[in-house]
Design a protein around this ligand. Structure first.
Ligand SMILES: CC(C)(COP(=O)(O)OP(=O)(O)OC[C@H]1O[C@@H](n2cnc3c(N)ncnc32)[C@H](O)[C@@H]1OP(=O)(O)O)[C@@H](O)C(=O)NCCC(=O)NCCS
Length: 210
């Protein structure tokens, strides 16, 4: 069955394994990873509206066109942040989003993940599959060394997602991030390229020689 969440979308999202989308970054039989663009605004906002109960109290995503454009403006193809979408391979429907935020080069080569599934596609393994593509993109294409995820201890779905991909628990930081109107303590999870088995053949040019 082709799932589309009832939303019309442009033909540009209908890539195939033989003819990938121009902005496609990776693909499995079920999901495609691609960059978010301004063409995604209407569907993204519709998915956010449909996912309020799923996202509360963990995540707050843009809910108006103005907020979406501001959100999109933060992303610069991996120089300081990437805004990515996990879409269904068959219909192109947006099933989730993953940001690689706060990218720092030089001796750190690190980014910080933010992500959310969208109703009605949550709990079907699409996020887990898509996160695998994100790790490959971050480590092989962006040539980052490390990805972090800060997760509130009661957020079991998010914790399970990173555990599945081999992230390591690094500790708990009180009052780490301002979420849902208050400073919340978070567990810090991280994975390096060697842990994921995704080490690029050459390091990023900003990595010092020694
Ligand atoms: C975290 C989130 C992205 C996971 O998305 P998802 O669609 O459930 O992901 P998947 O279907 O790929 O499932 C990934 C794993 O998490 C498990 N999982 C899903 N919901 C769960 C829950 N409520 N409790 C425990 N594990 C859960 C799945 O069963 C699966 O593990 P398994 O294959 O071993 O069974 C989604 O729950 C979400 O959007 N939450 C709100 C936003 C959020 O918390 N973002 C992260 C902030 S740190």
């Amino acid at each position: 069955m082709v799932e589309n969440g009832g939303i019309e979308r442009a033909a540009r999202t209908e890539g195939t394994p033989d003819t990938p989308l121009p902005d496609e970054l990776g693909r499995t039989p079920r999901v495609v990873l691609r960059r978010m663009t301004s063409l995604d605004q209407d569907e993204f906002l519709e998915r956010v509206r449909a996912s309020v109960d799923l996202h509360q109290p963990w995540m707050s995503l843009p809910a108006t066109p103005e907020a979406f454009q501001t959100f999109l403006g933060r992303f610069d193809e991996g120089r300081s942040a990437e805004g990515l979408l996990i879409c269904l391979s068959d219909s192109g429907a947006i099933a989730g989003n993953v940001n690689i935020n706060s990218i720092v080069r030089g001796r750190f080569q690190c980014g910080s993940l933010g992500y959310a599934a969208f109703a009605p596609y949550a709990g079907r393994g699409y996020m887990s599959e898509g996160l695998g593509l994100v790790l490959r993109h971050a480590f092989e294409e962006l040539r980052l060394h490390r990805l972090e995820a800060q997760i509130q201890p009661d957020n079991h779905a998010s914790t399970r997602l990173v555990q599945q991909h081999g992230f390591r628990y690094e500790g708990y930081s009180p009052d780490l991030l301002f979420i849902d109107g208050a400073w919340r303590g978070h567990d810090r999870w991280a994975i390096t390229n060697d842990m994921a088995g995704l080490v690029p053949s050459a390091p990023h040019p900003t990595l010092p020689g020694r």
